[in-house]
Design a protein around this ligand. Structure first.
Ligand SMILES: [Zn+2]
Ligand SMILES: [Zn+2]
Length: 293
């Protein structure tokens, strides 16, 4: 199984379908700069929060991949649909990729470790690997929960439809700026911000927890990913729904989950215990003192 993962991730040529869409979307994003509209920009910002925060951070990552909290099925499906608008593939494929990332972090099976190259970790694995296309055997092994759910199977296959319908509708409502900004520019911007979690927060930043991988906490990645940049905290305690541990570690996805809790919609929320945090900080202090001595 391990070899299978390595081979399918690293030994393929250019993935022409994905690469073509990436080129088209990047051209669209650049074209947006020449077609500015305040209304379109505002909608871009709102849809970025919906797709990147509610969809990818709160939905695909903290709920579907790690099950850091529980919500009613209707809320889970709603967050999933928000996530499809980010055009990061079907949610089951995303979850499988990310669970494999946690299972093999910085090792050969890791789909996107910077140890295989910085460009590879950011975008190369999408363009010249097989990206998130897994065979059914691997999908059943890494996402047995989602593979049993008919809604998830359906959306995983047709994940591109909500964005396509939204794009066509916006074009008819507001013309080119409404297509180029909230769809093309936002998708490209959101993709690069997500990819920074795979590249930057395995390269630069600080480490609270002494994990066996290279994961780091990086405030500016956290700001542009709604809190996903507290990646060392996350790798040390993957199931915890709260990634920003201290008050100054801004974590909008956690604030969203807290809001769901207040509304009575989020339960069984997992967090890192105070003891674990204190132990990590004490051992970090000891390491620093040992180095200085
Ligand atoms: Zn990671
Ligand atoms: Zn994770």
């Amino acid at each position: 199984m391990q070899n299978e993962v390595i081979l399918t991730q690293r030994k393929t040529g250019i993935n022409w379908t994905t690469t073509s869409f990436m080129v088209i979307f990047h051209i669209g994003a650049i074209a947006a700069l020449f077609n500015f509209s305040g209304r379109a920009f505002l909608l871009t910002f709102l849809l970025w929060i919906v797709s990147g925060g509610l969809g990818i951070g709160m939905g695909f990552h903290r709920l579907l991949t790690h099950r850091g909290y529980k919500v009613p099925k209707a809320v889970e499906y709603f967050l999933t649909l928000c996530g499809t608008l980010a055009l990061e593939g079907g949610q089951i494929d995303w979850v499988v990729t990310h669970r494999i990332h946690h299972a093999f972090t910085e090792k050969d099976g890791d789909p996107h470790t910077p140890r295989h190259g910085v460009w590879w970790s950011h975008m190369g694995w999408i363009l010249t690997g097989t990206a998130q296309q897994w065979n059914e055997k691997i999908m059943r092994k890494y996402a047995p929960d989602l593979m049993k759910d008919k809604f998830h199977l359906l959306i995983n296959r047709f994940y591109w439809i909500p964005l396509t319908v939204l794009g066509i509708s916006l074009f008819f409502i507001g013309g080119w700026p409404m297509l180029l900004w909230p769809i093309f520019f936002r998708v490209v911007f959101g993709l690069h911000m997500t990819w920074l979690v795979n590249s930057a927060t395995h390269l630069w930043g600080t480490r609270r927890f002494e994990t066996t991988d290279d994961s780091t906490n990086l405030w500016w990645v956290a700001l542009v990913t709604f809190g996903e940049g507290w990646h060392n905290n996350h790798h040390a305690h993957p199931v915890a729904a709260r990634h920003g541990i201290k008050w100054y570690e801004v974590d909008f996805n956690w604030y969203g989950i807290t809001l769901l809790k207040w509304l009575g919609l989020a339960t069984a929320i997992k967090t890192i215990s105070q003891t674990d945090i204190e132990e990590a900080e004490a051992s970090k202090l000891n390491r620093t003192l040992a180095k200085a001595a």
